[in-house]
Design a binder for this molecule. Structure first.
Ligand code: ZN
Length: 202
């Protein structure tokens, strides 16, 4: 199982980190060891002093495929859920500065919280409201209508390079509002009115 992630897929988020809006999806990966099950505690790692949350819609791949055309993309995922792409922003800034790869900042153990999923037939996919509540505050709010590259485009693009296997996850990018976590925080992700994800920082 692999986790494929998309960076800078919402204009407001690209702007908040002073990044250019990409003309093609920006792709990176996390290994299976990055996965943290819903409801588990996240232990703040010693190698970073600035871990950020990024709440994202995720697609669960339901069928193996390669070179999937946009018009068939729908057939390759059946569920949509929420995940958190934990990012060591201090390490990422150093990597970016030097033009180095991002893995140590993005793909470390438990950097991908995977929440529960909803059958895609049960939601209006081009208008999915989602939000992250940290302690008692709504810190991120997004809607799939604002994706720069929508789900079908992502699947077409990603599957040119990587065979998609059943069970793979695609993290589709974070909206604006990313920020730091600290020990003692409680994160909760909502898709519409469904509470799909919780994670406590220890
Ligand atoms: Zn992300």
């Amino acid at each position: 199982m692999k986790i494929i992630c998309i960076g800078r897929n919402y204009i407001d988020h690209a702007k908040e980190l002073n990044n250019p809006v990409p003309s093609q999806p920006l792709v990176f990966m996390k290994p299976a060891t990055a996965q943290l099950k819903n409801g588990s505690d996240f232990y703040y790692p010693e190698f970073s002093e600035n871990i950020h949350y990024e709440l994202e819609l995720i697609l669960k791949i339901s069928k193996n495929g390669k070179y999937i055309e946009k018009k068939f993309a729908e057939n390759y995922y059946d569920e949509i859920g929420l995940g958190i792409d934990f990012t060591a922003r201090d390490l990422q800034d150093k990597c970016k500065e030097k033009g180095h790869p991002w893995e140590i900042a993005k793909a470390f153990d438990h950097s991908a919280v995977v929440g529960d999923f909803i059958n895609k037939e049960d939601i209006q996919q081009d208008h999915i409201d989602f939000r992250l509540v940290k302690n008692d505050d709504v810190v991120q709010q997004g809607n799939s209508k604002d994706l720069i590259f929508p789900f079908d485009t992502l699947i077409e693009h990603v599957s040119k390079f990587f065979t998609l296997n059943k069970g793979d996850l695609i993290f589709t990018g974070t909206p604006a509002g990313v920020g730091p976590i600290k020990i003692g925080d409680r994160l909760q992700g909502f898709l519409g009115e469904h509470s799909l994800l919780t994670c406590n920082i220890k």
